[in-house]
Design a protein around this ligand. Structure first.
Ligand SMILES: [Zn+2]
Length: 160
C-alpha cells in the first residue's frame, strides 16, 4: 500500500525512517509488513507476540526514542501517529513497547527528560516508566506473569 509515505535516510551509516507527508495524531502511518518470522529476536526484528519476532521491511530503520512520535500496534500490525508529524520528521517508537528482552541492548542518547538510558527491553524497566507508554498486549501479559511468579517467594508454612 503506502510504500512512499515513509523513506529510509542514511547518514554516517546510521539509518533512520523519515515521514514524507504530514500525519495527524491517530493517523495510520503504515501497515507493518511481516516478511519473515523468527522464534528469537535479532537487531532487525520486532516482537509480535510471546513467541514470534518478525522482520518488518523498511520499518527496520525505525529508531528508538523515549519520547516517540509513533506507536507500533502489533495486534493490528499498524504504525499509528501518537502526535502530529510533519513531512521530513524522523519517525521513532519506544522499543520496550514491543520488545521484552532485546538481542542487542544499547545506550539511548535521545535527550528526552524521560530518557531511560539503557534500552534492553520492557522487563528491565520500572512500572513508573512503562506506565507512560502504550505497551503491546504480549508485553502487558509478560509483566503480569512476572508478578504472578513472585508467589514463589511466599515460604511454605511449617505445620506444628
Ligand atoms: Zn532516551
Amino acid at each position: 500500500m503506502s510504500s512512499d509515505v515513509i523513506t529510509i535516510r542514511t547518514e554516517n551509516k546510521v539509518r533512520s525512517l523519515i515521514a514524507r507527508q504530514d500525519f495527524k495524531c491517530g493517523d495510520v502511518v503504515y501497515q507493518i509488513p511481516s516478511e519473515k518470522l523468527f522464534d528469537k529476536p535479532n537487531r532487525f526484528t520486532v516482537q509480535m507476540d510471546r513467541e514470534r519476532h518478525t522482520e518488518v521491511g523498511k520499518l527496520s530503520a525505525l529508531n528508538h526514542s523515549c519520547d516517540p512520535n509513533v506507536i507500533l500496534d502489533m495486534d493490528r500490525m499498524l504504525v499509528i501517529a501518537n502526535r502530529d508529524i510533519k513531512a521530513g520528521d524522523e519517525l521513532s517508537f519506544f522499543y520496550p513497547s514491543t520488545e521484552w528482552e532485546m538481542a542487542a541492548p544499547f545506550i539511548c542518547l535521545c535527550g528526552s527528560p524521560r530518557c531511560i538510558h539503557v534500552v534492553a527491553g520492557a522487563r528491565f524497566l520500572p512500572f513508573s516508566t512503562l506506565e507512560h507508554h502504550y505497551l503491546n498486549r504480549h508485553i502487558r501479559e509478560q509483566i503480569i506473569d512476572l508478578l504472578n511468579d513472585t508467589q514463589r517467594h511466599l515460604p511454605e508454612m511449617k505445620q506444628k
